[in-house]
Design a protein around this ligand. Structure first.
Ligand SMILES: Cc1cc2nc3c(=O)[nH]c(=O)nc-3n(C[C@H](O)[C@H](O)[C@H](O)COP(=O)(O)OP(=O)(O)OC[C@H]3O[C@@H](n4cnc5c(N)ncnc54)[C@H](O)[C@@H]3O)c2cc1C
Length: 424
């Protein structure tokens, strides 16, 4: 593992060590659940040493920063200026480079797309030691966004930001009684919220399969703030507001309280931005980061809801899920050739399953078949077990990705365990 602290050190590391037999792969904070940032026997470039926020245009809402900057630090720097990261994964402990390379999505995908839609340009260190600037519309951009580090190491990113008046979200919570009700509520035309996510009770069976708490939210305007926080509308409050409003632990309890009826319906609850956007940070301390669990994350397009129902139903019937499932809605995909969201509108579902539960491999293989038959896909960034035969069907952009990668990096300097296993 090498930890360059400047772009020049990163170039030197690739030229000196990347050309060994097992190549090199970039790594951020290692939050991807699978083997995308691993390279057994080879070089791993830990880019968390590239930490500079280089420029902020607080008028236009643009930031230029090193790829190793974490979303948490970026938020700390930008929120007081009235800007926030436009797409947020459920943990803020990821790097900007990792967010681009896996093209992360949030609960606002229909409104905002995934992370890379907001990338204005990126600087990429390729296998020959050159640094290329890629912008939207370039094939190199499409292969790098969601490209899992296989085109090179992203050194810096220019990101377009979202303006916010406050550091709070206004949150509505409602219950869905089963799968049909859940999907109907998700797509109800009367709702125009920017963020929507559902936590699905995987202990519910039969007619109750798909029972869920649905959470919708928008960034709170200044006028909606409780009077006691109006003096500091843009202060980052990860742990909750004074006066007992719930922080991340409270959100987790709210969302995970399906069975105990704690997930009470409610309208307009104010929640700190970080607590709403990154609920899994509140769970990490108690739940362990990921040890012992296999993350299973899949997507299907619209029209394939029956396949999704069967997958959710089979996971529920098996009865081993380590917590609720998470259902999100996807809008139009971005240009990333290996990005996770499907081409058109659809659904994303994720769950943690205990790795030790017997027969898990065979069970997930069957679910993969079901998803592939529905034209859906398993998320590569979270995967450590998918069979290679299914990848090309799941990712129609794979052929183009392989061609571009072969031309850019004929010696396959950039390679990971994931890439070797799946033949990316
Ligand atoms: C608790 C938890 C919740 C999560 N919630 C979500 C969610 O809601 N939505 C979502 O989309 N994802 C989510 N994820 C997944 C995670 O956010 C992403 O996989 C993210 O990429 C991890 O960033 P990282 O910096 O840790 O990258 P790593 O895990 O270190 O690397 C991930 C991939 O990015 C590549 N990479 C990293 N840095 C660079 C770079 N500078 N240049 C080139 N390639 C690079 C690596 O090679 C690897 O292929 C979650 C993960 C956890 C643990």
């Amino acid at each position: 593992m090498l930890r360059p602290r400047t772009p020049e050190e990163a170039v030197a590391a690739v030229l000196s060590y990347g050309h060994g037999a097992r190549g090199a792969i970039a790594r951020g904070l290692g939050r991807a659940h699978g083997d995308a940032a691993q390279n057994a026997g080879g070089t791993v470039l830990d880019l968390t040493g590239l930490t500079r926020i280089r420029a902020v245009d607080a008028v236009a809402g643009l930031v230029v920063c090193d790829a190793g900057v974490g979303l948490h630090r970026l938020t700390q720097a930008l929120l007081p200026l009235g800007w926030c990261v436009p797409v947020a994964p459920a943990t803020r402990h990821v790097t900007v480079g990792g967010a681009v390379a896996t093209d992360v999505h949030g609960a606002n995908h229909p409104a905002a797309g995934s992370f890379s839609r907001h990338v204005v340009s990126l600087d990429l260190l390729t296998a020959d030691g050159q640094v290329h600037t890629a912008v939207p519309g370039m094939p190199l951009f499409d292969a790098t966004t969601g490209g899992l580090g296989l085109t090179g190491a992203i050194l810096s990113v220019t990101l377009r930001l979202l303006p916010v008046e406050t550091a709070l979200m206004r949150v509505d919570t409602e219950r869905a009684t089963g799968f049909d009700d859940l999907l109907a509520r998700f797509t109800a035309p009367c709702h125009r919220h920017r963020h929507t996510v559902a936590r699905v009770d995987l202990l519910a069976r039969g007619a109750a399969t798909g029972r869920a708490v649905l959470v919708r939210a928008d960034h709170a305007p200044y006028d909606a703030l409780p009077p006691r926080v109006r003096r500091t509308p843009l202060a980052l409050r990860p742990g909750g507001l004074p006066g007992g409003l719930p922080g991340s632990a409270g959100v987790a309890a709210l969302l995970d309280g399906l069975r105990s009826r704690a997930g009470r319906p409610g309208t307009g609850r104010p929640l700190p931005l970080a607590a709403f956007l990154h609920p899994r940070d509140g769970l990490l301390r108690g739940h362990g980061r990921r040890g012992g669990f296999v993350r299973y994350e899949v997507a299907v397009g619209d029209g394939q809801e029956e396949a999704l129902r069967r997958v959710v139903g089979r996971i529920a019937a098996r009865g081993r899920a380590a917590g609720p499932g998470v259902l999100k809605r996807f809008g139009e995909a971005g240009p990333g050739l290996l990005s996770f969201p499907p081409a058109g509108p659809g659904w994303g579902f994720a769950v943690d399953l205990p790795a030790s539960s017997g027969g898990l491999g065979r069970f997930l293989d069957e679910l993969d078949e079901e998803i592939a038959a529905a034209g859906g896909r398993v998320r590569l960034a979270e995967d450590a077990r998918l069979r290679p035969g299914l990848v090309a069907a799941m990712y129609p952009g794979l052929g183009e990705f392989r061609e571009l990668r072969a031309a850019l990096d004929p010696g396959a300097v950039f390679v990971s365990d994931l890439a070797r296993r799946l033949g990316l």
